[in-house]
Design a protein around this ligand. Structure first.
Ligand code: FES
Length: 101
């Protein structure tokens, strides 16, 4: 089982980029809930965390594809593939992101 542990809390609407074992993960807090998705756009190898998060939508900084960070679903092209979405759970002061699903 693969997981990333984060001992940092976020404010609502805030997001951070994480990298562990070569894996890029975007962690966001929206309306009190944590969400984690792949930080790599499904169109090309670009970090989505360099883009803009508005509500639950992150926009890729390179060509403008949009993804829902609560599900990983692709909302608009030029990308058409969804990105991975990961379960986040809170354990005391830590957030645990299950990066294998
Ligand atoms: S690299 Fe993200 S939309 Fe092209």
């Amino acid at each position: 089982m693969s997981e990333i542990r984060v001992s940092q809390s976020l404010e609502d609407g805030e997001s951070i980029a994480l990298k562990e074992d070569g894996q890029h993960v975007l962690l966001c807090k929206i309306a009190g809930q944590y969400h984690a998705v792949s930080d790599i756009c499904s169109h090309a190898r670009v970090l989505l965390s360099k883009g803009r998060l508005r509500g639950t939508t992150i926009t890729c900084p390179l060509h403008g594809a949009r993804f829902d960070v609560t599900t990983g679903k692709c909302l608009g092209g030029p990308a058409f593939l969804d990105i991975a979405s990961y379960t986040v759970r809170e354990d005391g002061n830590e957030l645990i992101i299950a990066t294998d699903g």
